[in-house]
Every structure is written in structure tokens, then in C-alpha cells.
Design a protein around this ligand. Structure first.
Ligand code: AMP
Length: 228
């Protein structure tokens, strides 16, 4: 696939490596980029969950690792990513979400992309942690029908009550402030060595995501992706 043109206007084929803490809007950005650039969104978490749903031997192994809050082996995710990026829909580029997550994976990524002539655009979506906590703690759920609300962004008609059921809305356990702060700390510990690695190679593009709307952020990311 060396030097293939890209309909997204990025010149040579690129892998967009997307980093962002939970609640930073990374999923929304991946969706925008997938549509705007017409390239696939590859999430290692989603691929692993597909194995779990298939209920095969590998799926059972992965389920146990994930349930323990641990990382799946580097060898497995690297093999999965290698197999995925060789599929025809990746020939004009792709978005990597959740990979690389460890230093060996980041080093291996060079080994996967270099020989295939695929460049890397590493995006780090930076969002103020207090803002994230604020956003995520606003989430409420109906215990009866599961409908999600956000007291600031998508409030119910009657405060504290589900629009459908009238039931009293609840805060999910993993949306409690203490848990959110733990998840953010875990994200920091996990990604820091990988981000340091990309920064030391001069490849890290920090995008300030605290204030801008999702659309404006997507435009900024696309500019970085298109820059030579
Ligand atoms: P995610 O959906 O990206 O939050 O990933 C969910 C879970 O899948 C993680 O907590 C890990 O157990 C596993 N996982 C996803 N991506 C990777 C990766 N690159 N390396 C190791 N484990 C991963």
C-alpha cells in the first residue's frame, strides 16, 4: 500500500492514533473522523468484546482478564491489530483507538506501520480533569427502563424523574466522583509511558479539548492529520 493516495487528502496513508481520557469525547471524535475521512475506526476494546460475545476459548480468556481490570497480553492485541490493518478497508488509513496502550505495543506499532509505508499521526485529546468529572457526574439513569440523562446536557423534563417511567433517576456506581477519579488516575498511569514515548519522538500532537465544541475539535484534528 506504499504511497497510496488518500481520499481524505492526507497524502500518504496514515494511521491516526487517538489518545484521550475517559469522558474526553474520544468516542465522539472517532466517529466524526471516521465519517469525515472515510476510514475505519479500529478499537481494540471493541474487537476484544467481539471475542467475548463469540463465547469461544479466546473470548473466555479475555473476559477473565477484562473483568479483573487488567490488560490483555501485548502479543494478542498486536496480532489482532496486524490482522485488522491488512484488510482492504484500511488501505487509505485508519483510526486506532485504545492501541497502543503499553510501551512494547507502541514500539511494535512502528514495526507494523513502517514496512507497510503507513505514517502515524498521534493525537492527544487533553481535557481538564475537573471538567471531565463535572461532565460524568451529571449522568443519571432510570433504574426501570435504563434511559440515560445528563442533568446539565440532557436533563429530564421533571428534575430527578424519568420522562418515560416517572421513576427516580439514579447515579450509576461507576459514575460516582470517587470512581471517576480512580479511572482517570488509572488512565494517566497507563498512558503516560506511551505518551512520553511519542513526545520524545516529536510525534505527539496535543489538542486542547476542554472548551471547544466536538465539531471544532474534529476540525482541529483533521488539520493536524492533513498537515505534512
Ligand atoms: P477499552 O474499551 O479501550 O476501554 O478497553 C476495554 C478493555 O480491553 C481494557 O480494560 C483492557 O482490558 C482491554 N484492552 C483494550 N485495548 C487493549 C490494549 N491495547 N492492550 C491491552 N488490553 C487492551
Amino acid at each position: 500500500m506504499n504511497g497510496l493516495g488518500n481520499p481524505a487528502g492526507c497524502g500518504p496513508v496514515s494511521a491516526i492514533v487517538l489518545f484521550g481520557p475517559p469522558g474526553s469525547g474520544k468516542g465522539t471524535q472517532a466517529q466524526f473522523l471516521r465519517e469525515a475521512l472515510a476510514i475505519p475506526h479500529i478499537s481494540t476494546g471493541d474487537m476484544l468484546r467481539e471475542h467475548i460475545q463469540a463465547e469461544d476459548d479466546l473470548g473466555r480468556e479475555i473476559k477473565a482478564v477484562m473483568a479483573a481490570g487488567q490488560l490483555v497480553s501485548d502479543a494478542l492485541v498486536i496480532r489482532m491489530v496486524e490482522e485488522r490493518i491488512d484488510r482492504p478497508d484500511c488501505q487509505h488509513g485508519f483510526i486506532l483507538d485504545g492501541f497502543p496502550r503499553t510501551l512494547p505495543q507502541a514500539v511494535e506499532l512502528d514495526g507494523l506501520l513502517g514496512p507497510r509505508g503507513i505514517g502515524q499521526k498521534v493525537i492527544h485529546l487533553k481535557v481538564d480533569y475537573n471538567k471531565i468529572v463535572n461532565r460524568l457526574t451529571g449522568r443519571r439513569q432510570c433504574p426501570q427502563c435504563g434511559t440515560l440523562y445528563n442533568i446539565r446536557l440532557k436533563p429530564p423534563i421533571i428534575p430527578g424523574r424519568c420522562d418515560m417511567e416517572g421513576a427516580r433517576l439514579m447515579v450509576r456506581d461507576d459514575d460516582k466522583e470517587q470512581v471517576i477519579r480512580q479511572r482517570l488516575a488509572a488512565y494517566d498511569a497507563q498512558t503516560k509511558p506511551v505518551l512520553d514515548h511519542f513526545r520524545s519522538l516529536g510525534r505527539l500532537n496535543d489538542i486542547e479539548g476542554s472548551e471547544a465544541s466536538p465539531k471544532v475539535l474534529a476540525e482541529q484534528i483533521i488539520q493536524v492529520v492533513r498537515a505534512r
